[in-house]
Design a protein around this ligand. Structure first.
Ligand code: ZN
Length: 622
């Protein structure tokens, strides 16, 4: 089960000689490993911290087949390759989720998305699920997390993910800059710099540090020289840059003497579609392009040079592996299991990899579930899919038949997972700010409109029929955040050609026209949103604002009333409705709205002024 990665060694006579030398060396070390009793903390010197440091580095949007040590020849990833040489490379590791906050929650809890419940942005992680940070902190670790994107910010989009961390490097609540850097995203080098500064300030004791490198996530904008070296393959350029940031962090650990005795895990949170199955980015589908990720584990003082495990494992196995290695009791109810038996060859069986995505629900499309086992992939969808992965690794020829025994077996496995699923906690108070951040990162759609457990999900459109729309919506969001308004508008209009009732496109177009000052067109689009999705209070609020701007006070009143009926606690909507009633020469109703606004913000001068005006107008003589 241990194989030398031939892809990187099969170059010329020198390469072959080196390869055979490495095989001999690897075999010798393997024997030593098998003879040695691999116990927690083995090999620790007296003057080392009581327990090995643990470093978890997650690299966002990292396809396994775009990393050099995974056989990709067109890229330099020396840090990942070096770590794989010092550790164990899992050639077949899978994430259960193709979307960032859900997949990271699975890494940090050892649970499937349906078990931990964080299946959408801003859903809080339930306190009943212990995180890796909590488990290590309880065992004396100093803990810190350094994130590369606001998508993992525990104050807005990832509440609860900071549990167990002494320090969690969130983004500033109010950013002064319009640039995406520092506002919604940090370059890998900056993330590493923050982590190094914290470690330098906290030198004592054992550390658990999580570093999240967001760079390979789109838009692909690597800094020089990667922007030049990889000018025709900017995604690869981002990976090469993220690798250099990883190299910076590992180099620092070596310099301060904390590398050799550390347990280091590097993993991708999900992959990237890159147009395969017509998916540009990630989140909608469960094909290998977005679920097959690199996973490298370097053990403390336990050289496993060039060891490769080819059996199928999961990112939910990371938490149980770390705590098992450290001798900490593994939490009882986990979906993952320790990978320790693979380290010494005691285990050789593939583990069943489940996949789950509820991201399509944000657009009103069916959620997907998958099982990857025994050389097959089954995807439960309105039009289900079955792939023979040996004959068809690209998952192109769908052999689904309801009578197929594999299908029936996999369906039964999915039913078991569903029976164990937890009910997600209500979406947190993710205000307009975090919603804007989501859009800036290219994610859109609305939460809370559909339920993943409802029987009607099977009647929702199949995401396979909607993926072109999603690609266009995604590029519109990125263009919009980048102030490329015309490109955003074109993409959204194309979506409406495909689906004239797309609430997501109508709302984005409405907001875009609103922000560019075309209030009449904005009001038209937003009115259509309200017809398709009457529960969308934000669209109604925008429509109310747009109609007020063009002097349609009656229309504005109706839209604002509708918005406030859905979400009563909106101060700006109350205030505006009061002003609209004044314009309609209805001071009694204006007074009610200003009073309600003052209940929400008692110190508001505008609301107070409005109230006084409304009361004056009701006095005799007016
Ligand atoms: Zn991600």
């Amino acid at each position: 089960m241990y194989n030398t990665p031939q892809a990187e060694l099969g170059r010329g006579i020198l390469g072959r000689a080196y390869a055979s030398l490495k095989c001999v060396k690897a075999a010798r070390i393997l024997i030593v490993c098998c003879l040695a009793n691999i116990s927690p903390g083995a090999g620790q010197a007296q003057n080392k911290p009581p327990q090995p440091d643990v470093f978890l580095i997650t690299i966002d949007t990292l396809r396994a087949d775009h990393v050099h040590c995974y056989g990709y020849e067109n890229i330099h990833t020396p840090a990942l390759d070096g770590l794989a040489r010092d550790g164990i490379r899992f050639a077949q590791a899978f994430t259960p989720s193709p979307i960032t906050n859900t997949s990271h929650t699975s890494i940090l809890t050892g649970l499937l998305p349906s078990s931990h419940g964080v299946t959408d942005f801003a859903v809080p992680l339930a306190p009943t699920h212990p995180t890796l940070a909590e488990l290590l902190k309880k065992n004396g670790y100093h803990t810190a997390a350094f994130i590369g994107a606001v998508i993992l910010d525990s104050k807005t989009l990832a509440p609860g993910l900071d549990r167990g961390f002494d320090f969690y490097d969130n983004f500033p609540a109010h950013s002064q800059t319009k640039s995406r850097w520092g506002r919604i995203e940090r370059r890998g080098m900056d993330v590493v710099q923050h982590a190094k500064a914290w470690m330098t300030a906290h030198p004592a004791g054992s550390h658990f540090v999580w570093v999240h490198l967001y760079d390979p996530h789109d838009p692909y904008e690597p800094p020089p020289p990667y922007s030049l070296t990889y000018k025709d393959r900017l995604y690869d350029g981002e990976i090469a840059y993220a690798d250099s940031a990883l190299g910076g962090f590992l180099g620092y650990l070596k310099k301060i003497g904390r590398y050799d005795h550390a347990l280091i895990v590097v993993v991708g949170d999900h992959g990237e579609g890159l147009g395969e199955h017509r998916e540009d980015t990630h989140g909608i589908f469960l094909y290998d392009s977005t679920t097959h990720v690199p996973l490298i584990v370097k053990l403390p003082a336990q050289p496993h040079p060039d060891q490769v495990v080819k059996t199928q494992v999961r990112t939910t196995d990371i938490l149980p592996t770390v705590v098992d290695w450290l001798g900490i009791p593994v939490p009882e109810r986990l979906d993952g299991a320790s990978l320790k038996p693979y380290f010494d060859g005691a285990e050789e069986r593939d583990r069943t990899a489940f996949g789950e995505t509820d991201y399509p629900l944000r657009f009103g499309w069916a959620p997907l579930r998958s099982v990857r086992a025994e050389g097959f992939k089954f995807i439960e969808a309105p039009r289900p899919e079955l792939y023979d992965l040996h004959a068809d690794p690209g998952e192109l020829a769908n052999h689904y038949q309801a009578s197929d025994l594999t299908v029936q077996k996999f369906r039964a496995m999915l039913a078991e997972v569903k029976a164990r699923a937890s009910t997600p906690l209500a979406v947190g108070a993710a205000g307009q700010g975090s919603s804007d951040a989501l859009k800036a990162l290219g994610y859109q759609g609305q939460s809370g409109g559909f339920s993943a457990n409802a029987a009607e999900t099977s009647r929702l459109p199949d995401p396979k029929d909607k993926i072109e729309e999603q690609n266009l919506l995604h590029s519109a969001m990125i263009a919009s955040d980048d102030s490329r308004t015309d490109q955003a508008r074109q993409a959204l209009e194309k979506v409406l050609q495909l689906d004239p009732n797309s609430p997501t496109a109508l709302r984005q177009l409405g907001e875009l026209e609103f922000h560019t000052g075309d209030y009449a067109r904005a009001a038209e689009h937003l009115k259509l949103v309200r017809e398709v999705r009457p529960e969308d209070s934000t669209a109604a609020f925008y429509e109310g604002q747009a109609r007020e701007k063009i002097g349609d006070f009656g229309g504005s009143r109706d839209a604002l009333e509708a918005s406030l009926k859905l979400t009563p606690g909106q101060f700006p909507a109350r205030l505006l409705l009061g002003q609209v009633y004044l314009s309609l020469k209805d001071p009694k109703n204006a007074e009610d709205q200003f009073e309600a606004a003052l209940l929400l913000q008692p110190k508001s001068a505008e609301a107070q002024q409005g109230l006084t005006q409304a009361q004056e107008l009701q006095k005799p003589g007016h």
